[in-house]
Design a protein around this ligand. Structure first.
Ligand code: UN1
Length: 493
């Protein structure tokens, strides 16, 4: 495990070097939950009445603090989660971008002016705060995902309690500390360290009015049920089973580079990771040999050492789960093209799984099950003319319960545009892999089907989770105008 719980102490270990304890934390006790809830409610009274441009100033200062110490925070993230330093720097940059975007939003937070059906009447709608929020985040983006949730939450005038994953709690703690250092009033941003049981206790409290969760579809369903019965606003970012379709005319150098990043970046532990590759037999034959060579270099097996581009698996349990899925697929008839082994189960240094390629059939379990590891499943189709090939590939791509991210590689713009329309997912990419959403504002991040419940993170769409609308009607006619009943005589009629 990269998190070890001893009594009320949580030891946060580096998954690429498990003898290294990165940080120690105290697990929240019940009486402290009371305190957090109380503080959050008290702080809401102040923060919800603070003008949005003033709230924005705190976010802007927090962005600056992150920018000033980017290397320091990147190194901490690199250690606690094990992701390569370049990826860690990218993640801290995403925190900065997100804070900056929502600081800008504080100067807007636009409502809408409606057009009344009657004269001398004005109708407008504003975005209003809701109440204390519970933000439950995952270990794979332990800094960025808290920022995706907290920034719109704060700018919308809400307070929050962040429950980071017990497998990577330090970056979440730092995030809360930085916000407080940037000048948030006491109690607006708070931290709850612990496992799922702590999250559950907080979620069940009536005082929590919003819950935003990133994690598995199974846990997301449980959270949605509690949220529904308590009429809480609920935002879910759940699993994925993302695909890349590669057409025969695609630029294969670009595909190779894109797939290494999409399938093996963060060792496949992104909800957006590419886990299915759909292409014709002859394209596969042209692509795979050099691709296999490249991914094999991600881990030096002779010296038992990862390259600086390769990431460990977060826990021993997850490492076994990845391997079980691969072995099950092989037993079901999948062809192992490369990889398929645990490289280090922690007895050498960390938890590493071999970059793996399987050739599979669409009916196999692994074709529809999220792996969350460095495993790419290839589905080869008979060669045929492009339109038909796309149709067949698309049917396979869409035949999963998830709908997060899909991509198409082709030099044919018409076909590419058709594919972007046909994919059943919240994110679609043209000549790019399925990862790398720009969540600092440009992308509305989130999925269709069982990947979520329609909410979005990143960009103004995130404000829908953290604000409620108020429609204001002002009648200055000095008479009773009954909507839909009083007859206004239009000169146009
Ligand atoms: C996730 O795995 O939860 O699109 C988020 C991407 C990232 C976010 C991944 N910016 O790859």
């Amino acid at each position: 495990m990269s998190a070890i719980i001893e009594g009320t102490t949580l030891l946060n270990k580096n998954p690429s070097n498990i003898s290294e304890v990165v940080s120690e934390h105290k697990i929240l006790e019940d009486f402290e939950i009371e305190q957090l809830i109380y503080e959050s409610q008290q702080a809401f009274k102040i923060w919800s009445k603070t003008p949005a441009p003033e709230r924005a100033k705190v976010l802007a200062r927090a962005a600056q603090l992150y920018a000033d110490h980017k290397e320091h925070y990147s190194k901490i993230l690199h250690k606690e989660n094990g992701k390569p330093i370049d990826e860690a720097r990218g993640e801290i940059q995403e925190v900065i971008d997100t804070l900056e975007f929502f600081a800008g939003e504080g100067r807007r937070l636009y409502g809408m002016v409606g057009n009344s059906e009657m004269p001398n009447k004005t109708i407008y709608t504003t975005r209003e705060p809701i109440g204390p929020a519970l933000l439950i985040t995952a270990w794979n983006f332990p800094a960025a995902v808290p920022s995706w949730k907290a920034a719109p939450c704060l700018i919308g005038g809400n307070t929050f309690i962040l429950k980071p994953s017990e497998h990577a709690p330090l970056s979440g703690k730092i995030f809360v500390d930085v916000l407080n250092e940037a000048g948030l009033p006491h109690g607006v941003a708070q931290l709850a360290i612990g496992d799922g049981a702590v999250g559950k206790k907080l979620l069940e409290r009536d005082e929590i009015k919003i819950v935003s969760f990133t994690g598995s579809t199974a846990v997301g369903r449980e959270i949605a049920e509690v949220a529904a019965s308590g009429f809480k606003k609920c935002a879910l970012e759940l699993g994925g089973k993302n695909s890349s379709i590669v057409m025969p005319d695609a630029n294969l150098d670009l595909v190779r580079e894109g797939l290494i990043w999409g399938a093996y970046g963060t060792a496949g532990q992104r909800c957006t990771s590419t886990s299915r590759l759909i292409l014709s037999k002859s394209t596969s034959e042209a692509l795979l040999p050099s691709f296999v060579e490249e991914i094999t270099s991600l881990y030096d097996k002779v010296n038992n050492r990862p390259s600086d581009k390769y990431c460990p698996i977060i826990t021993a349990k997850q490492l076994r789960k990845v391997d079980d899925l691969v072995q099950e697929a092989i037993a079901e008839g999948a062809e192992l093209v490369c990889g398929g082994k645990i490289l280090d189960d922690g007895s050498h240094q960390g938890y590493f799984y071999e970059p793996t390629i399987l050739k599979i059939k669409p009916a196999m379990k692994i074709a529809k099950t999220e792996v969350f590891g460095p495993v790419l499943s290839v589905m080869e189709l008979e060669d045929k003319e492009p339109e038909k090939l796309l149709e067949e590939a698309m049917a396979i791509s869409n035949d999963v319960k998830y709908g997060l991210s899909n991509s198409i590689f082709t030099e044919n713009m018409n076909l590419g545009m058709k594919a972007l329309k046909m994919f059943e997912s919240g994110l679609v990419y043209f000549n790019a892999p399925t990862i790398g959403a720009e969540c600092g504002g440009a992308s509305f991040f989130g999925g269709w089907k069982q990947t979520g419940n329609g909410s979005r993170e990143g960009g103004v769409a995130a404000l829908d989770t953290y604000t409620q609308y108020k429609t204001v009607s002002i009648d200055y006619s000095a008479s009773l105008q009954k909507a839909q009943i009083s007859n206004y005589k239009s000169p146009a009629s």
